[in-house]
Ligand binder design. Structure first.
Ligand code: FAD
Length: 463
């Protein structure tokens, strides 16, 4: 008997329900990855994520080879290629992780139908990509914004979701297989980054793959995690896990990460696990409302402004607000940005400049190595006030944020070389420097007056 384990966003052997399910059912398994032309056509393949994905696939192949198997790679349309592989190997079933996007739902439906025609089965594993399966928790009280959910199919407010999430028994962990037997089947070579998406990747990307992910998790859980509660918002301290790209590609099981963190105990572990719950929360919103990837989750009837120069200044890190510019340049250089920096740059675009959140979300997705439809689009909507934030009209003042989360200015000096010589917190307000000092800096004046912008936003929102 043969079965197929179709890898998608679960590129690992540890605690992987898809691989585990396929192995339990058959003597030999095809660990399959399809370089899906559909994802490429949807524009979701970008140089940064392609570089990371190429690492992930090479590592997955190596990890499987160490167990006597290998990764089988195909190129083409995912449903067609999977059916072809199932037919050539005589596989009775295909195992797949349930995804949360509209694309994943359509892929699943088409695959189920195509396999059924040939008398094969699709087995979908619900809690492979999140700690708790999307859809497993539904609000029981009255629906509506105050009752925790507006539909009964998902939670629309984080806090009640989180309460239930912590009470929910998590799926039992699954050991990595000792041996994997793969039937004879042709495989394309492992893809290179350039073959996945042309273009240059950011210069400081992390290495992808399960091996690198497990090393990072080990180091994180045995050290910095303990201080996470106090330090996670410290921009210069860089004291978060940087596990997000590994979670996005499934090099780590979110359940395993949560368990490992809780074993460490203490406020750091609790605060960190709460962030993993945010990830699950956004996933369950998108699973229930796939259109929220592009449409306002809660329409506010915004009439967004579109000032092309302002938007370009934001993208390039030339707004004249040092903390915003530092963050936007970090994004370009590393393909990653600190969560606090994501919050304040997104607020700057969507509220201070009052530009459509979709423009910002697109720019983030083009560069983020952890760029994730659920996390990115729904965090953007949260910040823009069109999503699940229960205080949708608050604005983050970039100056106040800078003074609070980068009190000495070290984060700005790291990323904005034009300001590297300005000592202390004065770096956050170059416009206040004495005339000659200010004139010596090749750095722009602020593109907007913060008070006027805040008043404009309130007027536009009618708040
Ligand atoms: P840590 O602080 O170490 O947190 C651990 C993990 O928890 C993260 O790896 C992530 O998986 C999860 N997490 C943390 N914060 C959030 C959050 N607010 N929402 C959902 N999950 C969270 N995260 C992505 O993974 N992909 C994205 O495309 C993405 N886009 C974002 C866009 C905006 C505008 C904002 C405000 C946030 C976005 N986030 C996104 C969430 C968050 O900023 C990142 O997950 C986090 O910065 C990653 O760094 P870390 O792994 O060091 O996080």
């Amino acid at each position: 008997r043969v079965s197929v384990a179709l890898f998608t966003a679960d590129l690992r052997v540890h605690d992987n329900p898809v691989l585990h399910g396929a192995l339990r059912e058959a003597e030999s398994v095809v660990p399959l990855f399809v370089v899906d032309s559909g994802i490429r056509e949807a524009g979701f393949a970008t140089p940064n994520r392609a570089a990371f994905l190429a690492d992930c696939l090479a590592d997955l192949d190596a990890v499987l080879r160490a167990r006597g198997g290998r990764l089988v790679v195909r190129r083409g349309e995912v449903v067609q290629e999977t059916c072809r592989v199932a037919e050539r190997t005589g596989a009775g079933s295909v195992h797949l992780a349930a995804g949360v996007s509209g694309y994943a739902a359509r892929r699943e439906e088409r695959l189920r139908a195509a396999l059924a025609e040939a008398g094969r089965e699709l087995r979908v594993h619900e809690a492979a990509l999140t700690v708790v399966a999307p859809g497993a928790l539904v609000p029981s009280g009255p629906s509506g914004p105050s009752g925790g959910g507006r539909g009964k199919d998902h939670f629309a407010v984080f806090t009640p979701y989180y309460r239930r999430w912590r009470e929910e028994p998590w799926r039992a962990p699954l050991a990595a297989p000792r041996a994997v037997r793969v039937p004879r089947i042709r495989s394309a070579g492992l893809p290179t980054a350039a073959s996945l998406a042309p273009g240059a990747a950011s210069p400081e990307l992390p290495a992808g793959g399960e091996t690198a992910a497990r090393r990072r998790l080990r180091l994180w859980a045995s050290g910095p995690l303990a201080d996470y509660a106090e330090r996670h918002d410290d921009l210069a301290g860089d004291a978060t896990s940087r596990l997000s790209p590994y979670l996005h590609f499934g090099c780590l099981s979110p359940g395993e990460v949560a368990r490992r963190a809780l074993e460490a105990r203490g406020p750091g572990a609790d605060a960190f696990v709460r962030q993993l719950a945010w990830r699950d929360f956004h996933h369950q919103v998108l699973a229930a409302r796939p259109d929220a990837a592009h449409r306002d989750y809660r329409p506010r009837h915004d009439r967004w402004r579109h000032d092309a120069d302002e938007i370009a200044a934001w993208r390039e890190g030339l707004t004249g607000f040092p903390v915003v510019d530092a963050a936007m340049r970090q994004l370009r250089q590393e393909g990653w940005m600190h969560n606090r920096a994501r919050l304040l740059t997104a607020s700057f675009l969507a509220k201070t400049l009052y530009a459509d959140w979709r423009i910002g979300a697109r720019h983030f997705l083009a560069l983020l190595v952890d760029g994730d439809l659920a996390n990115n689009q729904l965090n953007w909507q949260w910040v823009a006030g069109t999503g699940t934030d229960t205080r949708p009209n608050r604005i983050l003042n970039p100056l106040a944020q800078a003074l609070r989360h980068d009190p000495d200015g070290a984060y700005v000096r790291r990323w904005v070389p034009e300001l590297a010589a300005v000592q202390g917190p004065a770096v956050h307000r170059p416009w206040r420097l004495p005339g000659p000092d200010r004139a010596a800096l090749a750095y722009p004046d602020p593109i907007v007056d913060l008070d006027e912008a805040a008043a404009r936003f309130r007027r536009c929102r009618g708040s």
